[in-house]
Design a protein. Structure first.
Length: 388
């Protein structure tokens, strides 16, 4: 099937939806060309990529309804994205008690705790495995020809579940440095282990700034499929949420978030030394060398950063809601803990629209595989579409 033929099918399914994210109406357009011209899109399948991290509606799924599990779940950023792509979460795991509180408040279930204590038989059958696992070194076993042993690491927990359940697809997320950690041996070990389980692997570093959020956040992503599917990484967007839509009104900001006069003057002095004048709205970032970066977006949120790591307009720290917005969480996401907890949790989280972009490409690839096989694509049923 040609790409153009597939896009016509995709538009037909998208056109059934009355409304989607940001009140985007599919029903108003009479043709794919009119739709794309109206919203400046390259293809109707990009709607999910651009909008899925932004609001509460459910758009047309690109694949049949599917089940996924959410490992090392944090506060559920991956879950938000894959639910927007038509998936249903059937199992979650997160060991941090405070993250469990936020997760339960927003997703209606308390994640299982330590995954090392969960037997693989107790993990339900699923189609997609999601995991934002920690970066850990592997022990090199000489007798194995230089390949590393995954035992004793948290990746091993992923590996044993994959071996037992054999889901159709996987998405793993890690820090940017994962690709080069231990001279590249860590990433190579993971890829080799996944290939040994029969997965065809794709690895790439993506920047969330390219997918609609006002945050520069580079992460390594590993996508795998049991079959040889036509997967492509999402293309960067021309659109990004402006910082003005992220920041709360100053009168609504807790005074405790305002930096001391000493800190504010110090940042201004450093900026002057760099020959720059303050610009607004911006988020200021001071690196370890004392250089002040001033951008219309945020540098990467970090759970263990210094208290004044990021300053809005060089004056105050971001609020809890602003931190969630910088990660692309919907406005409906509930804040049930104090600012210190949210600051740590958002620093550990994924950027939801970036994950949604990958989810859309993964489900699109699987749907194209099904169409090429001559299988009926369940997503063409109008009953599967939710409206708001």
């Amino acid at each position: 099937m040609t790409r153009d033929a597939f896009r016509r099918i995709e538009f037909a399914s998208l056109a059934r939806v009355a409304k989607s994210f940001d009140s985007l109406s599919f029903a108003d357009a009479q043709s794919q060309e009119e739709f794309e011209a109206k919203w400046d899109l390259d293809g109707s399948d990009e709607v999910l990529l651009r909008r899925s991290g932004e609001a509460s509606a459910t758009v047309s799924p690109l694949w049949k309804p599917f089940r996924f599990i959410d490992l090392f779940a944090g506060i559920g950023g991956m879950r938000v994205a894959f639910q927007a792509a038509g998936g249903t979460c059937v199992f979650s795991s997160e060991w941090d008690p405070l993250a469990q509180v936020t997760y339960e408040a927003n997703h209606g279930e308390k994640p299982h705790g330590d995954i090392t204590k969960v037997h693989e038989e107790d993990v339900p059958e699923h189609d997609v495995l999601l995991a934002g696992f920690p970066c850990q070194p592997f022990s090199i076993i000489g007798s194995r020809g230089g390949f590393a042993d995954t035992r004793g690491t948290l990746f091993f927990e992923i590996e044993r579940i994959l071996k037992f359940r054999r889901p159709t697809a996987i998405l793993l997320e890690n820090v940017k440095q994962f690709r080069t950690h231990d001279s590249g041996r860590t990433c190579a070990t993971v890829v080799k282990a996944l290939e040994n389980l029969g997965y065809r692997i794709h690895v790439k570093v993506l920047n969330a700034l390219d997918y609609g959020v006002a945050q520069r956040r580079e992460r390594t992503f590993i996508v795998g499929f049991q079959d040889d599917v036509p997967f492509r990484w999402p293309e960067p967007y021309a659109w990004r949420k402006p910082l003005e839509e992220v920041l709360e009104p100053e009168e609504a900001v807790d005074p405790k978030l305002i930096a001391s006069e000493f800190i504010q003057k110090k940042r201004l002095a450093r900026l002057a030394e760099q020959g720059r004048e303050p610009e607004f709205p911006t988020i200021w970032h001071e690196n370890k060398g004392g250089h002040i970066g001033m951008h219309p977006y945020s540098c990467a949120l970090r759970h263990n950063a210094s208290y004044n790591y990021l300053l809005v307009n060089g004056r105050r720290r971001p609020t809890s809601r602003e931190l969630l917005r910088l990660q692309g969480f919907p406005e409906s996401f509930k804040i049930v803990l104090d600012h210190a907890a949210i600051r740590a949790q958002t620093g550990n989280s994924v950027a939801v629209p970036c994950i949604a972009a990958i989810a859309a490409q993964m489900t699109l690839a699987l749907r194209m595989r099904d169409i090429e096989r001559g299988e009926r694509a369940g997503v063409l049923s109008p009953g599967l579409f939710a409206k708001t």
